[in-house]
Design a protein around this ligand. Structure first.
Ligand code: NCD
Length: 315
């Protein structure tokens, strides 16, 4: 198996071969739900530490860990010594010395794990950091897309909505073009990045109907109000920038619609669309388990001997 990193902060931390291995392992876990590769003693201990709200990511990791045969520890950051001013590094080293093998960490601060690139205090997975990245969501989305088409190459996916504040969009932009997909970022101009900052294979389009017409897949984003400065008005958003089932029928584009969740019904999509078979949000939730099993397995088995080593003076 390709040697996986001990810190998965960004899609940039993985090469194409490693991503390919994750896709096939995820497929394997999905097809063989009875598999429990870590049902040995001692069982690995995997913690989640979420400093921000989560319904899907945290619980999907918890289920994936249990399905792997690992022990799950819900590290409550709110009641931990982080609140007494302890540094993140000391916190992770403490978990490491308690025998925790890997920690999934979410924070509202972008790039908080970058400080551990050279010398991770514990194996770490980024469960979403501010507006930066959400690599495991992008990987499970790639896996989901690969189950919806025979060939991703040349297909266009439109990411519609609050792109600028979306860590998911930032990871997808790095990941999907590697598989030959074209990305259209669409939405109101205030939610779109500068053209000059776009990677290869990514373009901007503000006209929603034109965007839908050119798409093979739609990926909707919530307006991430908690990351906005000032007020964001969502009045009439559905009519002007959202996607409804009626719109897809009118444009004759009955294509799969993905969403990382949480979805705001009546804003970026309507009730008829979310209840229709075009909506793939629940499939993404299902696929999140095998993909996160694959990620944890790969990182636990990477044989990194330097984890938890302190590089200070020796006397
Ligand atoms: C996303 C997140 O937290 O970045 N949700 C998720 O992890 N499934 C998207 C969002 O919050 O809108």
């Amino acid at each position: 198996m390709a040697s996986f990193p001990s810190l998965l902060e960004s899609i940039d931390d993985l090469n194409f071969t490693q991503i390919d291995v994750l896709l096939s392992r995820a497929l394997h876990f999905k097809d063989n739900p009875q598999l429990s590769p870590f049902n040995t003693t001692p069982k690995p201990i995997i913690a989640t530490s979420f400093l921000e709200n989560s319904t899907r990511t945290k619980h999907s990791f918890a289920v994936a860990i249990r399905r792997l045969g690992g022990l799950y520890l819900d590290f409550n950051a709110e009641t931990s010594s982080l609140k007494k001013g302890e540094s993140l590094e000391e916190t992770f080293l403490t978990l490491f010395h308690q025998g925790v093998n890997l920690c999934v960490f979410r924070s509202s601060v972008s790039h908080q794990l970058a400080q551990f690139k050279e010398n991770p205090p514990i194996k770490l997975v980024n469960g979403g950091d501010g507006v930066n990245e959400h690599p495991t969501q992008a990987l499970l989305d790639l896996y989901t897309l690969s189950t919806l088409t025979d060939d991703l190459k040349g297909k266009t996916i439109s990411i519609i909505g609050d792109n600028i504040h979306s860590r998911v969009a930032h990871s997808l932009m790095k990941l999907l073009p590697q598989f030959g997909m074209k990305i259209i970022l669409s939405g109101p101009p205030e939610y779109l990045p500068e053209t000059s900052s776009l990677p290869k294979g990514v373009e901007l389009l503000t006209d929603r109907d034109e965007t839908v017409k050119r798409s093979d897949f739609i990926y909707l984003l919530r307006i991430q109000k908690e990351r906005h400065i000032g007020n964001s008005n969502t009045d009439n958003y559905l009519e002007t920038n959202g996607v409804s089932l009626d719109l897809l029928k009118k444009l004759k584009k009955l294509i799969p619609v993905l969403h990382p969740g949480p979805a705001n019904i009546g804003v970026e999509l309507d009730q008829s669309l979310i209840k229709s078979s075009l909506y793939k949000g629940y499939l993404q939730v299902e696929n999140s388990i095998p993909m996160r099993m694959a990620i944890i397995e790969a990182m636990l088995l990477n044989n990194d001997q330097n984890i938890g080593k302190v590089n200070g003076e020796k006397f």
